[in-house]
Design a protein around this ligand. Structure first.
Ligand SMILES: Cc1cc2nc3c(=O)[nH]c(=O)nc-3n(C[C@H](O)[C@H](O)[C@H](O)COP(=O)(O)O)c2cc1C
Length: 351
């Protein structure tokens, strides 16, 4: 993580999420690149102790949401696919293979993404390489028990190592329009129930924000109830006249009760006004593919949640999917189209 300009002198700074503070990790390269480069890493320990073997997708989705929050605040570029060793070096961290030797008694952090904040038109890939060439930062104080790992934590660390390995520096994407500060500051996940069906126009806008966020990644649809329950997706209107895709029916019938069962039995989902769904990530996906689909889904749902807030809809992400084989339920082959992420939606004007 680097910073130059602003209130902090140039250098590497680490954010401590528990204490909500930054502390200096080390110096910047001589003549540091302009702007700030943020490397997002995950510390899997607390998530695994809460969710066990279900922690991996949640860690990836959460990281995607964090990227969405940063890019919505005006980032100039982001990468969800850069090699983990490169990201670790840029953040001044030991790579996973050297962690215990270099920083004994500390919990490994796994890098997943990077975001460049200002200036527009800079070269964030070059900035990442400059930071990566800088010597590693100072080791934090060892913590008692930091090296102890349950079998589930050890498996999650290995899966994160595998997910972060990539062939190269990863492509950089220039984020689309920034979100007004007032929306960023007021966005909250609504507590259930999320009552009231959003209008088709609003659903189309939320779907379009999610589906259009990045060129690759999962596919998208929305489950609705009401008089004509079904699954809707965006597709060309067929007339050749419309410039924008429009809502089309993918399937009929109320999917929400099944979604509630698949989401670890969260019954309130069966009553939600609508549920946006990201699906894909086949069961034979390799580790980088799992990373890509989940980071993309988290990022895109993060942006879709901001669109929902702008439309005065209530919303709540849903990440606890278990054996949610949407493709097979729609009559396709098994194991190809798993639900990766969701966003329950309601009408903000409902009691
Ligand atoms: C990746 C992800 C998965 C989530 N999964 C669930 C879920 O399965 N059930 C639920 O009730 N809330 C879920 N949430 C909502 C969080 O509990 C909520 O975002 C968190 O309490 C923070 O509140 P905020 O969104 O208002 O900042 C999820 C949030 C994220 C980012």
């Amino acid at each position: 993580m680097g910073a130059s300009g602003g209130a902090l002198p140039p250098g590497r700074y680490a954010y401590d999420a528990v204490r909500h503070r930054v502390h200096r990790r080390g110096p910047a390269p001589a003549g540091p690149p302009d702007g700030t480069l943020v490397v997002l890493t995950v510390n899997a320990r607390r998530t695994v102790s809460h969710y066990g073997h279900r922690a991996l997708p949640l860690l990836l989705l959460d990281a995607g949401h964090a990227v969405a929050a940063l890019v919505s605040a005006g980032a100039a570029g982001m990468t969800l696919a850069a090699d983990g060793a490169l990201l670790s070096a840029a953040a001044g961290l030991p790579g996973p293979a050297r962690w215990q030797d270099a920083w004994p008694g500390t919990t490994p952090q796994h890098p997943l993404a990077a975001v460049a904040i200002g200036p527009d038109g800079g070269d964030p890939g070059a900035a990442l390489a400059r930071w990566a060439a800088c010597p590693p930062g100072e080791a934090p104080q060892p913590e008692p028990g930091a090296e102890a790992a349950s079998p589930a934590l050890g498996r999650t660390w290995r899966a994160l190592d595998a997910a972060a390995s990539a062939a190269g520096p990863g492509g950089w994407t220039t984020p689309t329009a920034r979100t007004p500060d007032s929306t960023l500051l007021s966005r909250r996940s609504a507590p259930p129930p999320l009552s009231g069906a959003p209008s088709p126009e609003d659903l189309a806008q939320v779907l379009a924000r999610a589906a259009g966020a990045l060129p690759a990644g999962p596919r998208w649809c929305v489950a609705t109830g009401g008089a004509h329950p079904g699954l809707l997706h965006l597709a060309p209107d067929g007339s050749g006249r419309a410039h924008r895709p429009v809502l089309h029916r993918l399937a009929s019938g109320d999917a929400r009760p099944t979604l509630a069962a698949w989401a670890a039995g969260q019954g309130w989902i069966a009553e939600a006004g609508a549920v946006l769904l990201a699906y894909g990530c086949p069961e034979d996906a390799d580790a980088p593919g799992i990373r890509r689909d989940h980071l993309t889904a988290g990022h895109s749902v993060g942006l879709a949640q901001l669109t929902a807030a702008e439309l005065n809809l209530t919303s709540r992400p849903v990440g606890s999917w278990q054996r949610a084989d949407l493709g097979a339920a729609l009559g396709g082959p098994a194991g190809r189209d798993w639900i990766v992420h969701g966003l329950a939606l309601g009408r903000g004007d409902q009691p």
